[in-house]
Design a protein around this ligand. Structure first.
Ligand SMILES: Cc1ncc(C[n+]2csc(CCOP(=O)(O)OP(=O)(O)O)c2C)c(N)n1
Ligand SMILES: [Mg+2]
Length: 602
């Protein structure tokens, strides 16, 4: 027996982690610790720095998924972890392979994803000599990881690998495992540590009592279901608490999957291009329960010219991370706990209580229905952007209006779909048109906000959940940054559907030129190749769509093709009109003092 047969036979027993203290190589200790943590997939680009360990992956039952770029690998690890709740793992060559991770690890940090970035570094005997591919790899990640392990000695490989994996889950964020490349070699005696997985608990008893007290007295309670509800598998608990209280539920920004959209109490998302119904409802609240949310500053800014945050409401904030409590909004009660367990604990406390809001339960429910219907009607009648510039630019255009296209996509969205969204004007508007029934379905480029996030992240999602339809929404500018990973889909047979919004511009930034710089366009217009043609040249399917009636059938066909292993790029030809900007607080009208720049003053 040899070659592939031998690896297959070894892999059959791969999930049994070696027991007890024994002699092994550091590479074996590293790989066995990953096995102990249930790792089955690792994304990266091959490199000599860790080849001794890589050689063991197949026999250990670990699939190595080679990518086009290390940024793609780390985004894939992010998507993989967000959809599965398990670790996402990426690895690369010391120096440039590792610095290529940086943007994606920063994104994973703000998405609270348990990604382990394995970063082999230059050999310990030559550190500091300025040899090949050397850079100090710990400072680079110090602000974008929850924990950094540096393998100081080969004998500590298992211990420190285990700690990096434990802390990624415990602290819900990326960790770094930095390994001098010579430390993979040699002989050590060690035991493979078993993973530490602990319940977070619902929070302090007195804090929960105080929260229950506020909720019992609330006339108009509203729940914000945050990412913590998704991460704690707490949607059912959130539904029960909402029903008990008769509380409307809004989704925190970019967490449209934190509460089922079809539920009678669901109002839709807050934040940019969120649901006006959600905003109007939360505006009436006298008590807001932020469940599993850090209440990020970006997600509650005024929208549609409406400063909806209920400034006088009492705020209960529950989050598993003590550092985010009271950070952005002043709280009346703070609870450090797991969103699911806290919701269950509150439901138990409220079961025996008379609820002050009981009498108005029906009225509040009706108000939710009325606002939802009004918002649905407004969206249905909203075919194109109505500002002067958009009306002008789209006047005689042959292309589709972005909103009409987004609505068709919404209507054709298959059950159980996973959708990632990039950063850009059309992706942002998509927030109004993305509804989900189950958690772990929406993967926004969270608060790091990097263009180029959505596509590789969705490849990672698909690797973790091959049975679910995988769809990435990407602007054409961001697509230019990320389309290379089509090759990963094709080579590794990880079929994904990319919906590329071809408006021939870096639209979200162009909107700033329109709103603040008197249409002085600079660096925002894009000349594109046929993105459908590029996809075909790379071995995927590519379809150019310029009729609204073709959008839904094309999405359905592309998702079906995933079942046959086919990746499709749907190139949506849309007008250059632009929706409301990302934010209005970020820019000021230009003021120039020097005479030569006077013409550029507002
Ligand atoms: C990596 C990165 N570079 C630059 C930006 C700034 N930026 C934000 S939105 C945007 C334009 C996105 O254009 P596109 O992807 O074509 O989407 P559109 O706005 O046209 O819908 C840019 C350049 C960013 N967010 N991330
Ligand atoms: Mg664009």
């Amino acid at each position: 027996m040899g070659g592939a047969d031998q690896i297959g036979a070894l892999a059959a027993g791969a999930r049994n982690v070696v027991e007890g203290r024994q002699k092994m190589t550091p590479s074996e200790a590293f790989v066995e610790t990953m096995v102990a943590n249930g790792v089955t997939d690792v994304f990266g680009i091959v490199g000599s720095a860790y080849m001794d360990a890589l050689d063991l992956f197949p026999a250990a039952g670990i699939r190595f998924i080679p990518t086009v770029h290390e940024q793609g690998a780390a985004h894939m690890a992010d998507g993989y972890s967000r959809v599965s709740g398990r670790h996402g793992v990426c690895i690369g060559q010391n120096g440039p392979g590792i610095t290529n991770f940086v943007t994606a690890i920063a994104a994973a940090y703000w998405a609270h994803s348990p990604v382990v970035a394995v970063t082999p570094e230059t050999g310990s005997l030559t550190i500091g000599l300025g040899g090949f591919q050397e850079t100090d790899q710990l400072p680079i990640f110090s602000k974008i990881t929850k924990y950094q392990a540096h393998v100081t000695q080969p004998a500590r490989m298992a211990e420190l690998t285990a700690r990096a994996f434990d802390r990624a889950i415990l602290e819900m964020g990326p960790t770094q495992l930095n390994i001098p490349r010579d430390h993979f070699y040699g002989e050590v005696e060690c035991e493979i540590p078993r993973p530490i997985r602990i319940g977070r608990g619902p929070g302090g008893g007195r804090d929960l009592d105080a929260a229950a007290e506020l909720l019992a007295k609330a006339q108009f309670p509203v729940i914000i279901a945050g990412g913590g509800v998704v991460m704690s598998d707490g949607v059912e608990a959130c539904i029960r608490l909402a029903e008990q209280l008769g509380a409307a539920v809004v989704n925190a920004y970019l967490h449209n999957d934190s509460f089922p959209a079809s539920h009678a109490l669901a109002c839709g998302p807050l934040g940019y291009h969120g649901s006006k119904a959600a905003m109007k409802v939360i505006h009436q609240a006298d008590v807001v329960l932020a469940l599993g949310s850090r209440l990020g500053p970006f997600g509650t800014l005024p929208q549609y010219g409406f400063d909806y945050w209920p400034a006088n409401a009492k705020l209960i904030q529950i989050d598993a991370d003590p550092r985010v409590l009271g950070l952005v909004k002043k709280t009346s009660v703070t609870v450090c706990g797991d969103a699911r367990e806290a919701a269950e604990a509150l439901a138990a406390r409220l079961a025996q209580r008379t609820l002050a809001g009981a009498a108005s339960r029906e009225a509040r429910r009706n108000s939710v229905q009325t606002e939802k219907a009004a918002w649905a009607k407004e969206l249905a009648d909203w075919h194109q952007e109505k500002d002067a510039w958009s009306l002008e630019i789209a006047k005689n255009a042959q292309e589709m209006h972005p909103r009409e296209m987004l609505r068709e996509l919404e209507n054709a969205m298959p059950a159980q779909a996973m959708v990632s969204t990039d950063i850009g004007n059309i992706c942002q508007i998509a927030n109004s048109y993305l509804k989900f029934e189950q958690p772990r379905s929406m993967f926004g480029a969270m608060m790091f906000g990097n263009c180029g996030y959505a596509f590789p992240t969705m490849i990672g999602c698909k690797a973790a959940a091959p049975g679910r339809p995988a769809i990435a929404y990407v602007g054409d500018g961001a697509w230019g940054m990320s389309f290379g990973e089509i090759l990963t889909c094709v080579r590794e047979k990880i079929p994904v559907t990319a919906v590329v919004f071809n408006n021939r511009q870096w639209g979200a930034e162009k909107k700033n030129h329109v709103d603040f710089y008197a249409n002085r366009f600079l660096g925002v217009n894009l000349e594109n190749p046929s993105w459908a043609g590029v996809a075909k040249a790379m071995g995927a399917d590519g379809v150019t769509i310029d009729r609204v009636s073709d959008v839904g059938p094309a999405l359905a066909a592309a998702c079906k093709a995933q079942g046959e292993g086919r990746t499709t790029v749907l190139e949506m030809m849309v007008t250059r009109e632009l929706g409301d900007p990302f934010r209005r607080d970020a820019l000021k009208l230009p003021k120039r003092l020097l005479a030569k720049y006077q013409a550029l003053s507002a």
